[in-house]
Design a protein around this ligand. Structure first.
Ligand code: GN1
Ligand code: MG
Length: 334
């Protein structure tokens, strides 16, 4: 989007204010995000990807519900939500405007385990404050989001429709994944035995805003996937993203190895706050392995589907992401 368009959208939210600085934040793979400053305010403007967040209206209701629960229980972190609790539809595009969290920075990767610990403490606090809230009242806005069997169904369907070229590139990885189906089944089986909780569902480090100076978390962001679920989705995704020092875009495949000490820091930080039962605790480490394999399957599925879901900058990027996750998966201890 160009400055003129962003300015037009901003004025629908805040009439009369003028942008003096505009930056696009390119971290997310789905929504488009812009950081904009006016003389007196700084905002985050997002264009929602409606083909992925089809139920964005219900997702907004979830955000408001959780916000109210957290306000009531004095959640000690910021939880930025859309200004006026609303989205605006402008020329068939859906936008939200949020305040920018002052003096905050986005980390693309962790640079030490203390950062992993701090983010996990924030997540644990989130779980503690929502412990007695009725998660099942939240809408399921993306059905089967972390259901492994569902992801496998999509994957097998994609293998049937894929181009010959992409199928032949992916052949080895497809066979490797097919040899791991038991783990995917175990994940669904374990989840059925765990309590339903309010789950964030996208706990990568860039969704925990850090203080510019102190190495502390200030805010939890990216709330589109707040849904009922189990703790394994959130801890699994933390493990998947923080334990991979090279990041999910790295193509240095032979050097992708999980840092298992980072995993210890995540579990320690989370358990220092969250109130979870022994069955949940027992499977935290396993969740990292499972979610990483599922993410490899999701990237590979999208590659076979000709990149319908995740944004790509070059032809085989989703295949590279799938290989990256596969390498990581093999080195995560569980
Ligand atoms: C997507 O758009 P982003 O980066 O916040 C995805 C996550 C994946 C992640 C992989 C709704 O999140 O589930 O783990 O990409 N979100 C959705 O980087 O599918
Ligand atoms: Mg996200």
């Amino acid at each position: 989007m160009e400055l003129k368009e962003v300015q037009y959208v901003l004025n629908k939210f805040v009439p009369g204010s003028n942008i003096i600085e505009l930056k696009e934040a390119k971290e997310g793979l789905i929504n488009s995000t812009f950081i904009l400053s006016t003389l007196t305010e700084k905002y985050v403007l997002q264009k929602i990807n409606q083909s992925i967040f089809k139920d964005y209206k219900k997702a907004l209701e979830n955000i408001i519900t959780v916000k109210n629960w957290l306000i009531k229980s004095d959640f000690p972190y910021q939880f930025p939500t859309p200004i006026n609790d609303k989205y605006l539809t402008i020329n068939n595009e859906v936008f939200r405007l949020q305040p920018f969290v002052t003096n905050s920075i986005v980390l693309q990767k962790i640079s030490n385990n203390a950062q992993a610990y701090e983010a996990a403490v924030c997540l644990g606090t989130f779980y503690k404050h929502l412990n007695n809230k009725p998660a099942k009242k939240l809408h399921i806005t993306i059905p089967y989001f972390h259901n492994a069997n569902h992801r496998l169904k999509d994957f097998f369907q994609a293998t049937k429709k894929a181009s010959l070229e992409r199928m032949s590139n992916a052949k080895k990885l497809i066979i490797d994944i097919e040899n791991q189906l038991q783990l995917v089944k175990d994940f669904d089986f374990i989840n059925k035995s765990l309590p339903l909780r309010t789950v964030h569902n996208d706990t990568k480090i860039s969704n925990f805003l850090f203080d510019e100076k102190a190495q502390k978390v200030k805010a939890l962001i990216d709330l589109d996937t707040l849904m009922p679920g189990t703790v394994l989705s959130d801890i699994g995704d933390m493990i998947r993203t923080y334990s991979n020092p090279l990041g999910e875009e790295s193509v240095d495949f032979s050097n992708i190895t999980a840092n298992n000490e980072t995993i210890d820091a995540i579990i320690e930080g989370f358990c220092s706050q969250a109130i979870i039962n022994s069955n949940e605790k027992k499977h935290l480490r396993f969740s990292g392995k499972a979610i990483t394999l599922i993410q490899s399957i999701r990237f590979l599925t999208d590659y076979l589907n000709n990149d319908f879901y995740y944004k790509v900058n070059y032809a085989d990027q989703n295949f590279d992401r799938a290989k990256n996750q596969w390498m990581l998966y093999q080195t995560i201890q569980s």
